[in-house]
Write a protein that binds this ligand. Structure first.
Ligand code: IPM
Ligand code: MG
Length: 367
């Protein structure tokens, strides 16, 4: 018997390949460490559309709402590009985020020593890098109304998306970011465009409110999001925790990902409010990378972002910090011994997806 439930939604493209390696890691913890999970699997994205005519079915949504944690691979692919917006694979992911109310997206960007020469930036700029981007995930431009495209019947169209945030939405994600900062370097930088957006200025004011009233012991700074992007590539180590909105967070976290050498290395956790009974937040864990249809099915994908996402699940959903540390150490150990998938091999010899899984398991077994 176990009271730890996991729903695996491998999705499209390289999702199933990288998730197969995660599955081996999950099983390893059950067999070797007595940390067992009740695992179920289901469909999301284009593969769900093929079966159910929707990027996620209501039944899958219900399952996602009832488990302790969802592990997601990736969604999307060119064969579904022509679908109506409401049917696109990405809608499955967005529905999960919105209906589970996963408002805080944690995207750590850590540079593993072994990869410090693999970044497009100079070694000294990224060696030892360890920053955390907290991206608001259920509001802003992604969900704001009104939205859509209107035909003006004069040969032109108008496209509208709305950036909208409430006090509560800003304050709750800011609190998560401050809490994380307290456990790390005690510094938070908030990014917005308060120079051109009213809602950006309000974001800044609300972050300041939370700071003054609840977290005045944490150092707070503000940066315009464009300057923040520039500073991230100039000297990323100036940051500890960054908090920003949904759209800026999407962009800035891709920038941060590349600092670490490859998008294939970056995990993420999307968390809701803690459940009043169990204390566990609703949670979904996924790599930051996409479905990479160009390399899908070839055994070239890097499974480490997805494996590290499971490590985040151990830490944030199951309070298994030691197991999470162990898994993260196994990943850095494998890298230190030269294990490389193609994306991080810099043109040198590389392992297949499952060989990288082998390398991580070998480190776990040796631990
Ligand atoms: C991400 C992705 C998603 C997003 C897509 C797949 C909808 O880019 O998680 O960063 O834009 O949020
Ligand atoms: Mg993105």
């Amino acid at each position: 018997m176990t009271n730890r439930s996991l729903l695996i939604l491998a999705g499209d493209g390289i999702g199933p390949e990288v998730m197969a390696e995660v599955r081996r890691v999950v099983d390893w913890f059950g067999e070797k460490r007595g940390v067992a999970f009740e695992v179920s699997e289901d469909l999301v994205g284009g593969c769900a559309y093929e079966v159910h005519g929707a990027a996620i079915s209501d039944a899958t949504m219900e399952k996602a709402q009832s488990v302790d944690a969802v592990l997601l691979g990736a969604v999307g692919g060119p064969q579904w590009d022509g679908l109506d917006f409401s049917l696109k694979p990405e809608r499955g992911l967005l529905r999960l985020r919105k209906e589970m109310d996963l408002f805080a997206n944690l995207r750590p960007a850590q540079c593993f020593d072994a990869l410090a020469d693999g970044s497009s930036l100079k070694h000294e700029v990224i060696a030892g890098l360890d920053i955390m981007i907290v991206r608001e995930l259920t509001g802003g431009m992604y969900f704001g109304e009104p939205r859509g495209v209107t035909d003006m019947n004069d040969g032109t169209r108008v496209g509208i998306n709305t950036h909208r945030y409430t006090t509560n939405e800003i304050r709750r994600v800011t609190r998560v970011a401050f809490e994380l900062a307290k456990k790390r370097g005690n510094r938070l930088c908030s990014m917005e465009k308060s120079n051109v957006m009213e809602a950006g200025l309000m974001w800044r004011e609300e972050v300041e409110w939370v700071h003054e009233n609840e977290f005045s012991d944490v150092e707070l700074s503000h940066m315009l999001a464009d300057a923040g992007g520039m500073q991230l590539v100039r000297w990323p180590k100036q940051f500890d925790v960054i908090v920003t909105d949904n759209l800026f967070g999407d962009m800035l976290s891709d920038v941060a990902a590349m600092l670490t050498g490859s998008l294939g290395m970056l995990p993420s956790a999307s968390l809701g409010a803690p459940d009043p009974n169990t204390g566990r937040p609703k949670a979904l864990y996924e790599p930051v990378h996409g479905s990479a249809p160009d390399i899908a099915g070839q055994g070239l994908a890097n499974p480490l972002a997805c494996i590290l996402s499971f490590a985040m699940a151990l830490r944030y959903s199951f309070d298994l910090g030691e197991s999470a540390d162990m898994l993260e150490k196994a990943v850095s150990g494998a890298l230190a011994k030269g294990a490389r998938t193609k994306d991080i091999a810099q043109g040198g010899a590389h392992l297949s997806t499952s060989e990288m899984g082998d390398a991580v398991l070998a480190e776990l077994n040796a631990a």
